[in-house]
Design a protein around this ligand. Structure first.
Ligand SMILES: NC(=O)C1=CN([C@@H]2O[C@H](COP(=O)(O)OP(=O)(O)OC[C@H]3O[C@@H](n4cnc5c(N)ncnc54)[C@H](OP(=O)(O)O)[C@@H]3O)[C@@H](O)[C@H]2O)C=CC1
Ligand SMILES: O=C1O[C@H](COP(=O)(O)O)[C@@H](O)[C@H](O)[C@H]1O
Length: 514
């Protein structure tokens, strides 16, 4: 079956065929191996894949960064966030994983360091069978060194006898112009086919589920438009502030950190038309099409906030690495509009904040009111997809109160993954995405034109916030560990969101209280 005609059966996804999978003779090279991302996400994901038997046969992993470390220090660092290694089998796997992982120290700009890295790779490859030599480069590095590293890898470390791939992490620029510059510099050395731009939200189970939920269910498909849906909220909440990352964060702000990438990617899958197949280019074509129908965000469709000290926690400006008068938003709510026949008039509210009262990422689709007449003050239906923590999907419905009287009460149909899928391991986003990159499947990676159109939507509002088009707006304050700015309720209500009427409790356990 060709790559452009692939379909998904009920049980066996055939999304994998037709790509060139790296099955053996492969080295995975993690650049920035001393860093935060490598330690917290990349190596735990690599170990997860190794343990489940998904890495190429005989795989070797090479860490690279400037920090000087011996093997013991490197192994300690890369395994420090690996969890659930209690039983003997897991312990053995972890020892094997350490053994196949080596480290080389070197700079990011100089030729000699990359020649030295290449020599190490060639030495390892000396132990491979056959002639094929595949290399997967993972850039867990700050964007300031993306370009020299991408260049040096191509010039000094590119395998001439196999497949080369490069995984790059966000941020992909700071606005439309800088993104274009970055992409064109990377393209001088790496083709689109070789490049895998990660947005790790595309690897999250519930985000991946959107395609199946929407297109494998007639009931969902029928209600998925402006005729049934009143408004949609996509919410990201983190219970901690920018402590320790303030200096980095201040340059970017919450919109660049979360909304422009993670939430917009989620929105594009939620709203795109049905792709011709599950082939990467078919999916990404549809994502680009819907994003192109979104005009740049208006200032009046935006609410910005910054957290202040409360509940024994420091405020954003209390961080020494943050300028004392910074107006960088740590909270943002923005409303996007899609000008196409399916979505005209439906507000899509994207909200994200640091230092809030809980950790939660969810999509909340609120349906329209039922026709009045036989009902009065009846709750709206809502479909909630909880991306994290504890993946779940529930539909709020009105049902008759059981008993000898006729009264409607809001209740829910609940699909909580942990209860429904008791013996299943839900992969970490990075496990899923690294595996896709090894398979050569771009479906869950961001294409260059997606980035271009995403930045077009956000660049004007970001330039306003950066003070590039007049005085920068001052974010409203909200206390650390609160629900966010107090102005939020009114902001959401402006777009037609209605809270459930009185009487809704979730989960509903006590009929006597009704
Ligand atoms: N941390 C996270 O959870 C997430 C990070 N990302 C992205 O992943 C990438 C890496 O992030 P993260 O690991 O947090 O970054 P770090 O700041 O930890 O940097 C990674 C490594 O790069 C080297 N490095 C740091 N600063 C510089 C510099 N100014 N010049 C040259 N080298 C430098 C350091 O290694 P050495 O000095 O040893 O060379 C460091 O260990 C970034 O693009 C980030 O935006 C994306 C999603 C989540
Ligand atoms: O990209 C980023 O994502 C993390 C949140 O990721 P999650 O998988 O834990 O939801 C966020 O903390 C960080 O600021 C941002 O750069």
């Amino acid at each position: 079956m060709s790559g452009r005609q692939r379909s998904m059966s009920g049980t066996i996804p055939s999304m994998e065929s037709s790509h060139q999978q790296l099955k053996d003779n492969t080295i995975i090279i993690v650049l920035g191996a001393s860093g935060d991302l490598a330690k917290k996400k990349t190596y735990p994901a690599l170990f997860g894949l190794y343990r489940m038997g998904f890495l190429p046969k005989g795989v070797k992993i090479v860490g690279y960064a400037r920090t000087k470390m011996d093997s013991a220090e490197y192994h300690k660092r890369i395994t420090s966030y690996i969890k659930n290694v209690e039983d003997e089998e897991a312990k053995t796997k972890l020892e094997e994983f350490k053994e196949l992982s080596t480290y080389i120290s070197g700079g990011y700009e100089d030729d000699a360091s990359f020649d030295n890295l290449n020599k190490h790779l060639v030495d390892i490859e000396g132990g491979f069978q056959g002639n094929e030599r595949n290399r997967l480069f993972y850039l867990a590095l700050p964007p300031s060194v993306f370009i020299p590293v991408a260049r040096n890898l191509k010039v000094h470390c590119y395998s001439k006898a196999g497949i080369n791939r490069i995984i790059v992490e966000k941020p992909f620029g700071k606005d439309l112009e800088s993104c274009r510059e970055l992409l064109s510099s990377l393209k001088q050395h790496w083709s689109e086919d070789e490049t895998f731009r990660i947005d790790h939200y595309l690897g999250k189970e519930m985000v991946k589920n959107l395609l199946v939920l929407r297109f494998a269910n007639v009931a969902m498909g029928a209600a998925w438009d402006k005729n049934s849906i009143s408004n949609v909220q996509i919410t990201f909440k983190e219970p901690f502030g920018t402590e320790g990352r303030g200096g980095y964060f201040d340059e970017f702000g919450i919109i660049r950190d979360i909304l422009q990438n993670h939430l917009l990617q989620t929105l594009s899958i939620l709203t795109m038309e049905r792709p011709v197949s599950f082939a990467a280019e078919d999916i990404r074509d549809e994502k680009v099409k819907v994003l192109r129908a979104i005009p740049p965000i208006e200032r009046e469709d935006t609410l910005l906030g910054q957290y202040v000290a409360a509940n024994g926690k420091p405020g954003y400006l209390d961080d020494d690495t943050v300028p004392h008068n910074s107006v960088c938003p740590t909270y943002a709510a923005t409303t996007l509009w899609i000008h196409n026949p399916r979505w005209e008039g439906v507000p899509f509210i994207l909200k994200a904040g640091k230092a809030l009262n809980e950790a939660k990422v969810e999509i909340r689709i609120q349906f329209k009111d039922v026709t009045q007449g036989i009902f009065k003050d009846i709750s709206r239906n809502e479909l909630v997809l909880r991306i994290q923590p504890a993946e779940a999907m529930y539909l709020k419905l009105n049902t008759k109160t059981p008993g000898l009287y006729t009264r409607a009460i809001p209740t829910e149909m609940d699909l909580t993954y942990k209860r429904r899928f008791t013996d299943i391991h839900i992969p970490e986003a990075y496990e899923s995405l690294i595996l896709d990159a090894l398979k050569g499947d771009h479906s869950n990676f961001v294409r260059d034109d997606e980035l271009d159109v995403a930045w077009k939507i956000f660049t004007p509002i970001l330039h306003w916030i950066d003070g590039k088009s007049g005085p920068a707006p001052k974010p409203v304050q909200y206390p650390y560990a609160s629900r966010g700015p107090k102005e939020l309720e009114a902001f959401i209500a402006k777009y037609g969101y209605k809270r459930s009427t009185e009487g809704y409790a979730w989960p509903l356990t006590n009929m006597a209280s009704l």
